[in-house]
Design a protein around this ligand. Structure first.
Ligand code: IVH
Length: 702
């Protein structure tokens, strides 16, 4: 820096001339951006946090004195490296998953048995139990002991960068204490607000006529989503650590050891905990925490049980979106009494008619509830629920609130029995209940606008295409105004909009900036993974997990389409291949075939393929794996591993595990007692391996 420039940089804001102020603002933009980059992407900030804050304060002070000079790219409009329009997306190297739920002692017992069965153990291994915190999960990344990134969970694969906000939480170490931390360490845990702090915070908000929150969790969420970290800094947020993601070195042999290390490094870990290997003691702990729940200063919604040994956790691995080594034992649902005013029918994506109770709003477990599901026609009749009744509703965790029963004593003779409609309230088509089904469905199919809108909502939803800016309201508007009729139209929206007289940006609630942001968000999503694509289609019975199984089996869309064409012949090979996918049974297989043989669906899919860049399904990094891409069938009794563990291991190595032998099978692993499968494999000339041969092949045994 020249002497003049240096003088300018240290000159008192009050004595700056206008031209000097403009020059200073320009310098500060690039200087702050430079330090943001160092802080977020490299490990080595050149200046202290205090010096950095000084730069930003100087920028703010100059802007306050010369508002007309405020630049479009001003750092006061940005937090860290995050533009004010939203938070930067960050991929999770290790997916952030959720937990399976248990609601009873039996469920917990089954969990323990599953663990033992999977690991072929005759005794329950040590289990650590800890409270399940009702907050928001967050991943904290440390490089060389310094906090470099904090991310929300998002959809589990991709979260949002909330570093600047999280850095304001006192419980979150900015630099790790102690020693011996791995170079790369990602600590996961929950951001939450204590109840007492929440109450005084809400009181302050009320006094200032600002937004008040229904419960501590919502308040914590709202605070983390502030675009200005100065606001977050004033919120009483806290953090508990309970897990980790990417680490360059193991944290110990057991969870208990890892927790001790996290504590040494400056984290607060969840408490109280217990560690035991009996069901009875786990349940006693659960009951104890449940009954003293009100004494804990923060909200919890259950207990999490986790296998303590980390090597066993590793072997257990994950299924679907949750670990096999942990489960959440939920506390019972909270209940409340209110009035049911009316019953409305909601039409779902597959035409299901769901009765929904419109209620006198009431707070249950800290959340205001004004709607609750009545499930179906039979449930209304069984519980004899009428419009105008006093009812008991309940809400547990994230589940949709339900109407449990009628308060019969409070019925005053004015309540009206409900007759379930025989036609779809949205399109007027007949509604029918197929034999053995409890759900009545609209038969309008493609002409039913409600179904079409629901399908589109599903398509753009968070688990599917995850298009930012396309919420329920926007989808409905775009459909009703004829802009988006089928999914492919989404990707032609911008182009079509340019040809229209009534541009989207001129409609109330849209505007130029949000329209442009939406077009940008759509563009980004043209590249989509094959399993997300399949899930987004909304095929009956095909959720995330089945979509993944299909993607894994077929690899890419063209192969899937031609295989499923052929699968229309139920006697043929292709249908057998579909059924042989481990985890896909006849109901799912039939739904998949039915979907793809329907000409309209076919058009929708082909139209999408031309618009999108669908990534072929990526099989786990198995470079060097001798069984990558091979199809394996296990049969008979296995000695070294349980059948489930053997399958999971094969899949980790990139093999496909099938349930039955066909021409596509590469290996049959046959233990003692193998029967017809071994015979069929021999007939087809397929290589049959003993368990030992298999273990040698995959390098688990020498
Ligand atoms: S362990 C692989 N422990 O609950 C998943 N999760 O319903 C490891 N949660 O996404 C999670 N308290 O946000 C774990 N003591 C605790 C927890 C906890 C709250 C949250 C977490 C998770 C969600 C699943």
């Amino acid at each position: 820096m020249s002497a003049d420039k240096e003088n300018l940089a240290t000159k008192d804001v009050a004595s700056l001339k206008e031209s000097e102020a403009a020059e200073e603002l320009a310098r500060l933009v690039s200087e702050i951006a430079h330090h943001d980059r160092l802080y977020h992407s490299a490990d080595a900030p050149e200046i202290s946090d205090a010096q950095y804050d000084e730069l930003r304060q100087r920028n703010d002070a100059i802007e306050a004195r010369f508002p007309a000079l405020k630049r479009e790219d001003s750092p006061s409009e940005r937090i860290g490296a995050v533009p004010t329009s939203g938070f930067k997306k960050v991929p999770h190297k290790v997916a952030m998953l959720s937990l399976g739920n248990a609601f009873s002692k039996e469920d917990v017992s089954e969990f323990l048995q599953r663990v033992c069965r999977f690991l072929s153990l005759s005794e329950i291994p040590m289990i650590l139990a800890e409270p399940k915190i009702d907050g928001l999960s967050c991943a904290l990344h440390y490089h060389h002991g310094k906090l470099v990134l904090a991310a929300t969970r998002g959809d589990g694969n991709q979260g949002e960068d909330i570093t600047a906000n999280v850095a304001t939480i006192a419980d979150v170490p900015k630099s790790l204490a102690g020693s011996g931390w791995p170079e790369i360490l990602e600590v996961r845990g929950e951001v939450y607000m204590e109840r007492a702090a929440f109450q005084s915070f809400n009181a302050e908000q009320e006094a200032k006529s600002e937004k008040i929150f229904a419960n501590p969790r919502n308040a914590a969420a709202g605070s983390l989503r502030q675009l200005d970290p100065k606001i977050t800094a004033k919120r009483p947020l806290r953090f508990f650590g309970y897990a980790w993601g990417e680490v360059s070195q193991p944290l110990g042999k057991t969870l208990a050891q890892a927790r001790a290390k996290l504590t040494d490094w400056g984290f607060t870990v969840t408490r109280p905990t217990t560690i035991t290997s009996t069901l009875e003691e786990l349940i006693a702990y659960y009951e104890g925490v449940l009954s003293s729940r009100a004494e804990l200063p923060y909200d919890i919604d259950g207990i999490v049980y986790k296998v303590d040994r980390l090597d066993l956790q590793e072997r257990l691995g994950f299924v679907s979106r949750a670990p096999r080594w942990a489960i959440a034992h939920k506390f019972p649902a909270e209940k409340a009494e209110t009035i049911l005013h009316e019953i409305h029918i909601q039409v779902g994506r597959t035409g299901s008619l769901t009765p929904v109770a419109h209620l006198e709003p009431i707070t249950v477990g800290g959340v205001v509830v004004s709607r609750a599901t009545l499930h179906n026609e039979d449930e209304i009749a069984r519980k004899d629920i009428r419009e105008g009744d006093h009812v008991i509703i309940q809400r547990a965790g994230d589940v949709i609130p339900q109407v449990v029963s009628v308060v019969a004593e409070r019925r005053d003779g004015k309540s009206k029995p409900y007759s379930f409609p025989d036609t779809c309230p949205e399109c007027g088509s007949h509604a029918v209940r197929e034999e053995g089904e409890v759900v009545k469905r609209c038969t309008g199919g493609l002409i039913c606008p409600a179904q079409a809108v629901e399908r589109l909502k599903h398509f753009v939803g968070r688990q599917a295409f995850d298009i930012e800016g396309l919420g329920d309201k926007q989808v409905k508007f775009l459909f009703e105004s004829g802009r988006i009729v089928r999914p492919g139209d989404i990707f032609r929206l911008e182009e079509a909009d340019q040809r229209r007289a009534d541009r989207l940006q001129n409609h109330p609630g849209w505007g130029k900036l949000s329209t442009e942001n939406l077009f940008g968000a759509i563009e980004i999503r043209r590249g989509v993974s094959f399993d997300r694509f399949i899930y987004a289609l909304g095929i009956r019975h095909v959720g995330r997990e089945n979509a993944r199984l299909l993607a894994r089996n077929y690899g890419h869309p063209k192969a899937m389409l031609s295989a499923l064409d052929a699968a229309a012949d139920r006697e043929g090979e292709a249908y057998q291949e579909l059924l042989a996918i481990d985890g896909i049974g006849p109901i799912v297989a039939d739904a998949v075939v039915a979907f793809f043989t329907e000409p309209h669906n076919r058009e929708v899919v082909e139209d999408l393929i031309t618009e999108l860049a669908i990534e072929a399904f990526e099989i786990a990094d198995t470079s060097g794996s001798p069984v990558a891409g091979k199809t394996v069938v296990f049969t008979g009794k296995l000695e070294a591993f349980s059948r489930d563990e053997a399958k999971a291991r094969a899949e980790t190595l990139g093999a496909k595990v099938a349930g039955s032998v066909s021409k596509k099978t590469d290996f049959l692993v046959a233990g003692p007692g193998a029967g017809s499968k071994a015979k069929k494999a021999e007939d087809l000339g397929i290589q049959v391996l003993s368990e030992d041969d298999w273990l040698k092949l995959i390098g688990d045994k020498v």
